[in-house]
Design a protein around this ligand. Structure first.
Ligand code: DGJ
Length: 516
């Protein structure tokens, strides 16, 4: 098959950095995820979503496909809605990442069809201590996993037939924020039986342990047991789907956070410490992704860029800091994609306050969920990043691209070593609800481009060199298709303070180094 028709896949670029290739070309997902229920109606999408997403200028939209929609009666499949969504996305010239809301969504099973919900014998539930059933179908219920697998295979078959050529769908998420809520493990009779068994050989070999789950993992046993069961279930589903149409696939995580007890976050979900276990249980997955509503963006990303796991951020905060985090994701972390949650809200002026009850249930801090003011900043970041994507794609993993980010108000700045001089970056933080200090520096011969938000910069001679660095030229401008289009030359007063503002921008600096 020629590269141009090759199914999307994740490979490595010339610097060994994980890269999503679509039709043989690197594709960086500058994305936005939609509210959970938006894509349940094509009409609603036309009216309330596309008009607000279109002006953002994203190249990717992330939206759910629910099991209850495609298989309303057992064995009867209906892909009308999926077809409409794909048609709309093609018209909008965006790629799609599909979220398979199957057996599990946020630790529960509300997206299964009613024939699954109503038959809790055949599709038995996970239980709380004492055997009290939950709203989560058990990961040990073979019939349930088999039914999900069948439906998922039909979805992949549909995509292969309807989209194999055009390739609007480039990535598929299997389930959503998987795990078991409100208990550290499943106490159903089947789980009780399996929990007492010896750990699988592969787990024993990986962790150099033996015996029962309890013996091998002590106080962490319930969570490791759950992760293994969920991982194996996802493997069954994902591998069967890939056998039909091998699009790249991933799972996403509700992060471990205060109060960090499994069950407060979905137990067994792919939190950072469980990445190796998940990789072992579900080798068909291409990556494991964090949903980042926590303030420590850099720390969370670093905890997921381990064990060869490519970084992709399918859900991110909705406050203005998302407009600067996007730069760091691509420039500092070589992410495959970055996508804040519920982007169709960003440019609306009739927004209601996020519901406190919902956020409490999801353990999301209000600050990370409030999109007031985000729209214009994020729109500008997308505009600037869109022009930069070809350059970023070329430089991912090379020394010619560096990202920077201010992780907390206590961090004042950093100094980046350049060829023959240093670049001092001072973070600008005034506590206001604005993007943070973050960006990308592209090194050039005799200078650099700096792109991002809220930073002051100056050039310094190398320590101990006795040299002097002169700014020869400072330009504003923008990249279009990876090429620099200069606008103003900043000199005189404007040369004294070199900075990037709250609205993302790019500046070009040419320097000359005089040596003694
Ligand atoms: C994380 C989930 O993955 C999303 O589907 C959504 O529920 C958000 N939380 C919050 O609305």
């Amino acid at each position: 098959m020629g590269q141009e028709n090759r199914i999307p896949y994740i490979g490595q670029n010339e610097y060994g950095v994980a890269t999503l290739y679509v039709k043989g070309e690197p594709f960086l997902m500058l994305g936005g995820e939609l509210h959970n229920s938006a894509s349940s109606s094509a009409d609603f999408m036309e009216r309330e979503v596309w008009p607000y997403v279109r002006p953002l200028g994203l190249n990717t939209v992330i939206l759910p496909v629910a099991w209850e929609t495609i298989e309303p009666r057992e064995g009867c499949f209906d892909f009308t809605l999926v077809e409409q969504l794909l048609t709309q996305a093609r018209r909008e010239q965006v790629k799609l990442v599909l979220l398979w809301f199957g057996l599990w969504k946020n630790g529960e099973s509300f997206y299964v069809p009613s024939w699954v919900k109503e038959d809790d014998r055949r599709f038995f539930r996970s239980c709380y201590p004492g055997g009290l059933p939950s709203d989560t179908v058990s990961s040990l219920c073979r019939e349930a996993v088999e039914a999900d697998r069948r439906a998922f295979v039909r979805l992949m078959q549909f995509l292969k037939e309807y989209d194999g050529e055009e390739q609007t769908v480039v990535l598929v998420q299997v389930e959503n924020e998987i795990g078991f809520l409100k208990s550290e493990r499943d106490f159903s009779p089947e789980a009780e039986r399996r929990y007492g068994e010896a750990i699988p050989e592969a787990v024993g070999a990986r962790y150099e342990r033996s015996g029962s789950w309890q013996e091998a993992f002590g106080e962490d046993a319930p969570e490791y047991f759950m992760a293994w069961q969920y991982g194996c279930a996802v493997e069954q589903i994902a591998s069967a789907g890939k056998a039909v149409y091998p699009l790249p696939m991933y799972v996403n995580a509700w992060l471990e956070q205060h109060p960090d007890r499994p069950g407060v976050y979905p137990s067994g979900g792919p939190v950072a410490k469980l990445i190796p276990l998940w990789q072992l249980a579900a080798p068909s997955l291409d990556l494991i992704a964090p949903d980042i509503y926590l303030p420590d963006f850099r720390g969370v990303c670093e905890s997921y860029a381990v064990s060869g796991n490519p970084l992709f951020i399918p859900e991110a905060r909705r406050d203005p800091v998302t407009a600067s985090n996007a730069f760091y994701a691509f420039g500092g972390l070589n992410a495959l994609g970055f996508s804040p949650f519920a982007v169709e809200d960003f440019l609306r002026d009739d927004l209601e306050e996020p519901e406190v009850g919902l956020l409490a249930a999801l353990n999301i801090d209000m600050s990370g969920f409030n999109p007031t003011g985000t729209g214009v900043y994020f729109q500008r970041s997308v505009e600037v990043l869109s022009g930069l994507l070809p350059l970023i794609a070329k430089r991912r993993g090379s020394k010619e691209m560096t990202g920077f980010i201010c992780g907390s108000p206590l961090e004042r700045g950093c100094i980046l070593p350049m060829d023959g001089f240093d670049l001092q970056l001072d973070y600008v933080f005034d506590g206001r609800q604005r993007p943070g200090s973050a960006g990308i520096v592209f090194a050039e011969k005799n200078g650099f481009y700096i792109s991002g938000c809220n930073v002051r910069f100056q050039v310094l001679p190398k320590k101990g060199s006795g040299s002097h660095v002169t700014v020869v030229r400072l330009e504003t401008g923008a990249f279009a298709d990876g090429c620099w289009q200069p606008e103003r030359v900043l000199n005189g007063d404007e040369l004294r303070e070199m900075s990037l503002g709250s609205m993302a921008e790019t500046k070009h600096v040419r320097v000359c180094v005089s040596r003694p």
